[in-house]
Design a protein. Structure first.
Ligand SMILES: [Zn+2]
Length: 373
């Protein structure tokens, strides 16, 4: 972006398409590192190089004029691209002291819609949503976020599985495994070991994604149709049973009001001792409160069941990209997977180990989704 005479930013037609492309690539699941590699390979000038050709201002020696993941990450955060101006990012202490210091992000004032945006609000929102989700994966001490971090759940206690790392004494090689976080913290007394090598679970998940993608590519329409049909059935059943439950609960709430009234009247007529009456009323009103929360929960659930159809199309589009994915990436997991429930290792129970991959959209109920290892 450059500035016009009033110092308002104007769109630089040469660089705007690059900005848009960066946002698009990120929203579609590419990592900042991946994006920077693509741009460098294509010889797209980085902001530092571009500034140099425009103004003659030399880039800092450590910048080297190439795109980096850091440059990309910084760009993804700039509200200037959607037409707003951040103000007071730096401030002078007094007119005599021109030393500037950076203010907290919370103190920035934003002037909205000061200029024409380069990217749409919709694209911006998609990018920000993805940034938040990717940020949730915990980094290990060596600064590495495993693609599956935060997705694995212990089947026996329901807690998150933790990534652990160790270095082999004989080979000096570092390797990773996951285990139930509560087993790690509290030991066997709380939960069993659910040890699984990171490479194995990665392979299971990657194979499952590829297999689903391949089946979808083979007959996309049939899969979509079957999914819709099954989904309609499931939604129908869910709506029916939720409605029934709701009706029963509302009836009980009314009954409780009546019971409280009777207890109160009996007390007035002297038929019931005061402490017993209070006791009754307390119990009734507790139950009523509990039911009311449950009723609100059911009402929200009912509203949500109708919402899944567009997400199926999006999911199909996403998973098709990974038809021949060479490796599992965090972006992939984030796009497709809701959670993965990891059962106890087979050594203890003698049974086959169960690993349940729960996708964001339950398309797996049409395809096969249970893996035994
Ligand atoms: Zn556990």
């Amino acid at each position: 972006m450059g500035t016009d005479k009033k110092r308002a930013p104007v769109i630089d037609e040469e660089t705007a398409p690059v900005v848009r492309r960066i946002f698009e690539l990120y929203a579609s699941g590419m990592s900042p590192r991946g994006i920077s590699e693509v741009l460098n390979l294509e010889g797209v000038p980085s902001p530092a190089t571009y500034a140099y050709t425009q103004t003659g201002q030399k880039p800092k020696p450590n910048v080297m004029g190439l795109w980096t993941a850091v440059t990309i990450r910084e760009m993804l955060n700039k509200i200037i691209y959607i037409g707003h101006m951040p103000q007071l990012r730096r401030t002078s202490l007094s007119y005599k002291n021109h030393k500037r210091f950076r203010r907290d992000e919370s103190e920035w004032a934003v002037v909205y819609n000061t200029h024409e945006p380069i990217i749409s609000q919709e694209l911006w929102d998609r990018v920000q949503e993805r940034r938040k989700s990717v940020a949730k994966g915990r980094k290990t001490k060596i600064g590495f976020t495993h693609p599956l971090s935060g997705f694995l759940i212990c089947a026996d206690c329901g807690n998150k599985m933790k990534l652990c790392t160790s270095v082999s004494r004989s080979t000096g090689k570092r390797f990773f495994h996951f285990d139930c976080g509560y087993h790690i913290r509290y030991g066997k007394a709380y939960c069993f070991s659910h040890y699984i090598a990171a490479s194995i679970i990665e392979e299971i998940v990657l194979n499952d994604i590829r297999e689903m993608a391949q089946r979808i590519v083979l007959d996309e329409n049939a899969v979509r149709e079957e999914f819709m049909q099954r989904n309609a059935e499931l939604a129908d059943n869910a709506v029916k049973s939720a409605k029934k439950e709701l009706q029963a609960k509302r009836k009980r709430v009314e009954e409780l009001s009546r019971l409280m009234q009777i207890a109160y009247e009996d007390r007035l007529k002297g038929k019931m001792p005061e402490d017993i009456c209070l006791n009754f009323i307390q119990r009734y009103s507790d139950e009523q409160k509990r039911l009311e929360t449950e009723i609100t929960g059911l009402e929200t659930k009912l509203a949500e069941t109708t919402n899944t159809i567009q997400s199926a199309d999006e999911f199909i589009r996403n998973i098709k990209k990974y038809f021949a994915a060479p490796e599992l990436t965090r972006e992939m997991c984030y796009e497709l997977i809701d959670r993965i429930i990891v059962g106890r290792s087979s050594g203890l129970s003698g049974k086959e180990r169960e690993i349940d991959i729960v996708y964001k959209v339950d398309i797996a109920s049409v395809l096969r989704h249970k893996f035994k290892k």
